[in-house]
Design a protein around this ligand. Structure first.
Ligand code: NI
Length: 132
């Protein structure tokens, strides 16, 4: 829904956005809608276990495959598969080969949850390319 005064933003392409990513597990915010960030990341290797107390996380595999690991099970996600990590549940993504993944979470969510890790990127880092 347009507010009328603002011109709609230009169309963007998700593959172009992925191609701009140079680091693994470094989220790139591509859009914000209704308080949710739409983020892209290239997964490769193993991310630390973490949880988000109050937020669910939606994941969609654009290219490749990865495994969402829980403490008691694993969910294998291939190109086109999507999955929701429930709030409060510990999880970590693992990818043997590089996977291109979109995920959606509230703007306030830290991508490493309550864990401060070597992978942690601030929201300023995740949106740096938008601030021109
Ligand atoms: Ni998470």
């Amino acid at each position: 829904m347009s507010r009328g005064r603002e011109a709609p933003p230009a169309m963007s392409n998700v593959t172009d956005e992925f191609n701009a990513i140079t680091e693994h597990f470094s989220p790139r915010v591509i859009a914000m809608a209704n308080g949710q960030y739409f983020k892209l990341a290239k997964f490769k290797g193993e991310f630390p276990f973490h949880a988000h107390a109050d937020e669910d996380e939606f994941f969609l595999v654009h290219r490749g495959e990865f495994t969402m690991c829980y403490r008691d099970r694993e969910v294998v996600l291939k190109t086109g598969d999507f999955h929701v990590v429930p709030r409060g549940v510990e999880h970590r993504p693992r990818a043997t080969e590089e996977a291109w993944v979109m995920f959606v979470e509230p703007a306030a969510t830290k991508h490493t949850g309550d864990a401060e890790t070597e992978f942690t990127k601030s929201i300023e880092q995740q949106t740096a390319h938008l601030q021109t």
